[in-house]
Every structure is written in structure tokens, then in C-alpha cells.
Design a protein around this ligand. Structure first.
Ligand code: 4AZ
Length: 251
């Protein structure tokens, strides 16, 4: 997160950290790989690209056993007060994530056990099922890269407004990225505030509902190059079909 502030646990109980089980140092020393959002007692919504094996850049997905999900903490190194889960399966859309266009950058991560309903540090978030009006100010959170280029030790949050699709398509087309169906944009004309590497898969929350999944961008926080998110409302039917989680909180 670029130019964020420290998040509060109260506002981010849905936030999880997805980590590589093998701390091989390839991605990030601590194993933190991506963010995600708890959407029911045992399902996390994240980005498909988090699970692609970039080592050989074939677009092959790594198996679920390669990952763990950590939650309940603001401090990335916190060991107490956290819950750690294995992943029983990861569900992608049949059209599959496209490594070139970043289309279909969504994944359902099924935990091997349910988060106890009385565990107050982690709670599911409701899905946004309708289009978010342009200029709505939303919050994106994560442990991703900050202004100094390193992952954050503590969960950060930053406000970003939703950008009109047409305006965003024009802006992203200036460079290599192309805005496609199922994506939405948020950011400022002047840049400055944004998600960045390591925030991927994490939540964009608008009016207390999960509206976006951090997906991609051209650099981070650059002028006229907004952050691009997987549009949760575009995928809500697919999410419901594969998880029994609908607009409310499921299970
Ligand atoms: C990334 O590399 C990434 N500015 C995530 C989000 C953004 C850029 C890059 C958005 O995971």
C-alpha cells in the first residue's frame, strides 16, 4: 500500500495473508505472498494470479498444499492471536486466469476448517453485488510494498475513489494494460495512493462491502495509472455458485 495509514483490526477483520508454505525466499522472505478476504467461515476470496507458478512462468497453478492462510493479525510477524489454516482446495473460473490479460483474476480458497464464529479477530465480509457508483471512496488494505519498495510489517489501509470505466480504459491504454470486463479501477489522477506488489488478492471495500480484489496496475501510485481490481459484483453469481456465499454472509 502506497501512502497508507495503519489499519484497525475492527475495520479489517476479513483480511487474511496468504503465504507460501515453503519459506524458500523466492517471493518474499517471510512467505507472505498475497492478501485475501474471508467471505464465509471457511472460504477466502483472492486473486488467481497469486497461485500461478512464476518460477517457470508457464501459468501453471501451484497445488493448494503449497499455501497457508494466516489471519487475526495486523502485524505480519505476529505469532500470538493468529489462526493458521491449510487449504483444502482452490477453485478458479473455468475460463481460467489469463496471464497476459489478467482476465478472470479470481480464486476461491477453501480452508481445511472453519473459523470459529466466536473468534472476534476474524470475521467474514459481505460481498458487494451491485455496481459501485463512480467516485465512491473505498479502502484497500494489505501488507504489500510501500513507498520504500518493501513489504509493510503492519497492515496498511488507504482510501481510493472508484474511477469511471471509460476514463480508466483510456488511462490504462496509454501503456500496456487493457481494461476488460470484470475489472474495475480506483485511484487518483495524481496517483500517490494505491495498492502495490504483495497487496494482490486483498480487499477493496466500498461502504463496508467487498467490491474489489487487488489484481494489477502499471507500476504503483503513478499519475493517471489507477489500480485495477477484479470486480466482485461481476463475479457474484460465480462466487455464489461455487461457495453458497451470496450478497450476505454465507454458511
Ligand atoms: C502487483 O504486482 C500489483 N497499483 C498489485 C497492484 C497494483 C500494482 C501491482 C496496483 O501485485
Amino acid at each position: 500500500i502506497i501512502n497508507g495509514t495503519v489499519a484497525t483490526l475492527n475495520a479489517t477483520k476479513h483480511q487474511v495473508s496468504i503465504r507460501r508454505r515453503l519459506n524458500d525466499g523466492y517471493f518474499f522472505g517471510t512467505g507472505h505472498l498475497c492478501g485475501g478476504s474471508l467471505i464465509s467461515s471457511d472460504i477466502v476470496l483472492s486473486a488467481a494470479h497469486c497461485f500461478v507458478n512464476y518460477d517457470i512462468n508457464t501459468g501453471v497453478f501451484r497445488p493448494a498444499e503449497d499455501y497457508i492462510v494466516v489471519m487475526g493479525n495486523l502485524d505480519r510477524f505476529e505469532q500470538n492471536n493468529t489462526l493458521i489454516y491449510d487449504i483444502s482446495k482452490i477453485v478458479y473460473n473455468v475460463s481460467m486466469f489469463n496471464l497476459t490479460t489478467y482476465e478472470n483474476d479470481i480464486a476461491l480458497v477453501f480452508l481445511n476448517d472453519s473459523v470459529p464464529a466466536n473468534y472476534t479477530r476474524s470475521q467474514p465480509i459481505s460481498l458487494n453485488t451491485q455496481e459501485v457508483p463512480d467516485n465512491t471512496v473505498c479502502q484497500v488494505t494489505g501488507w504489500g510494498q510501500t513507498e520504500n519498495g518493501y513489504l509493510s510489517d503492519v497492515l496498511l489501509t488507504v482510501d481510493v475513489p472508484i474511477i469511471n470505466d471509460t476514463a480508466c480504459a483510456t488511462q490504462t491504454n496509454f501503456a500496456t494494460g487493457i481494461l476488460r470486463n470484470g475489472m474495475l479501477c480506483a485511484g487518483y489522477p495524481e496517483g500517490q495512493r494505491d495498492a502495490c506488489g504483495g497487496d494482490s488478492g486483498g480487499p477493496l471495500v466500498c461502504n463496508n462491502k467487498l467490491a474489489g480484489v487487488v489484481s494489477w496496475g502499471i507500476g504503483c501510485a503513478l499519475p493517471n495509472l489507477p489500480g485495477v481490481y477484479t470486480n466482485v459484483s461481476y463475479w457474484s453469481k460465480w462466487i455464489e455458485e461455487h461457495s453458497s456465499v451470496s450478497g450476505g454472509v454465507g454458511k
